[in-house]
Design a protein around this ligand. Structure first.
Ligand SMILES: [Zn+2]
Length: 168
């Protein structure tokens, strides 16, 4: 396993569409191992291959404490509205904002060996799935975000004020 360098917003690679994985061999597993190490080092909720400069439709998301390796995902259907709106990204360090995401996503994808899986992700995991899926399309959360701030502290302060107003 090896730590990989994460690309930051402004790098044109992050704006490209990732390509499907067609060959499932040990290099897919090795790339996932590197992504896992890189993600855990940053304590993130998810990481796409494009974020380390590899334009392949692969990402890892945490479902609770369990990391799930996802290849060639397709969204079959979505429903509901996720309660959590706060969002950040390892490729857009510091920035936080609100993004509305569905609460449930039914997805079809392949695991790291090429086996097809159909699974529903819910709540925060659904949010992470949608965020990572966007990466494969060259979309960053800042394209969708409202109430975008340069630091988590500023974002948090804004949200606290908003909550106080809401409670009056
Ligand atoms: Zn991201």
């Amino acid at each position: 396993m090896a730590l990989r360098k994460i690309l930051f917003d402004g790098d044109p690679i992050l704006r490209k569409k990732s390509k499907p994985v067609t060959i499932f061999n040990s290099s897919v597993v090795e790339l996932f191992d590197d992504m896992q190490e890189t993600l855990d080092k940053q304590q993130g909720a998810g990481l796409s291959a494009v974020q380390i400069g590899i334009l392949k439709r692969m990402f890892i998301i945490y479902d609770g404490k369990t990391p799930i390796r996802i290849v060639n995902p397709e969204i079959i259907s979505t429903s509901g509205k996720c309660k959590t709106t706060a969002e950040g990204c390892l490729s857009v360090p510091g920035k936080w904002g609100d993004v509305e995401r569905p609460n449930n996503v039914l997805a079809r994808y392949q695991d790291q060996h090429g086996n097809f899986v159909e699974k529903t992700f819910t709540g925060f995991t659904c949010k992470t799935f949608c965020h990572e899926y966007d990466h494969l399309e060259g979309i960053l959360f800042i394209d969708r975000a409202t109430n975008l701030f340069d630091t988590y502290e500023e974002y948090h302060k804004f949200k606290q004020k908003q909550e106080k107003k809401g409670n009056k």
